[in-house]
Design a protein around this ligand. Structure first.
Ligand code: MN
Length: 207
């Protein structure tokens, strides 16, 4: 089972099972994309992380601890990047589900309306942030204090390191959409928001 907050110390780190079949998100995200994205990209981050931390002070730390301990350290960039990308991808797979989209659960919906006005305004802000991220990165719905916010991060960066609690994420690296959408990032993001976004997961993270 995949742990939502990935706080359990496990060494070596394992590639968590996908929470659905590799064709379950099709046609929004094809099995071909999942094959490369999960089977190659995500797996490589996990494998690289295990190689980099073997025999170091990080070997027995939970993933989230490795991320916060190496964030911003110039000589620990490779460990940070691979740890954060391991965490981010596991979080991303959980942020999607077959037959997702639609209305968030009541508690989350209320919180979204308090922070953004409407669910549609929140979705639009997520799409705008996804388009505004120059190059590789991530778009997030986070809890910041008692408000929900949309933030974007570049490359492997994760809002955990800024004290924000991630509720859901959309991967906007080209490898997330290029096989299915080529350069049309907005089409990918809108399709994810309409058909796959897992509001239930965000509600669980909100607590
Ligand atoms: Mn990715």
């Amino acid at each position: 089972m995949m742990s939502n907050n990935q706080t359990t110390a496990v060494s070596p780190h394992a590639l968590p099972a996908l929470p659905y079949a590799d064709d379950a998100l099709s046609p929004v995200i094809s099995a071909n994309t999942i094959g490369f994205h999960y089977g190659k990209h995500h797996k490589t981050y996990v494998d690289n992380l295990n190689k980099l931390i073997a025999g170091t002070e990080y070997a027995d730390l939970p993933l989230a601890k490795i991320i916060t301990a190496t964030a911003g350290a110039a000589d620990k960039t490779a460990i940070f990047n691979n740890a954060a990308q391991t965490w981010n991808h596991t979080f991303y797979w959980q942020s999607l589900r077959p037959n997702g989209g639609g209305e968030p659960p009541a508690g989350l919906k209320q919180k979204i309306e308090a922070s953004f006005g409407t669910v549609d305004a929140c979705r639009k802000e997520l799409a705008t942030a996804a388009m505004a991220q120059f190059g590789s990165g991530w778009t997030w719905l986070v809890l910041d204090g008692d408000k929900l916010k949309v933030v974007k991060t570049g490359n492997a960066d994760v809002p955990l390191t800024a004290g924000k609690k991630p509720l859901l994420t959309i991967d906007v690296w080209e490898h997330a959409y290029y096989l299915d959408y080529q350069n049309r990032r907005l089409d990918y993001v809108n399709a994810v928001l309409d058909k796959l976004i897992n509001w239930n997961f965000a509600a669980e993270n909100l607590g």
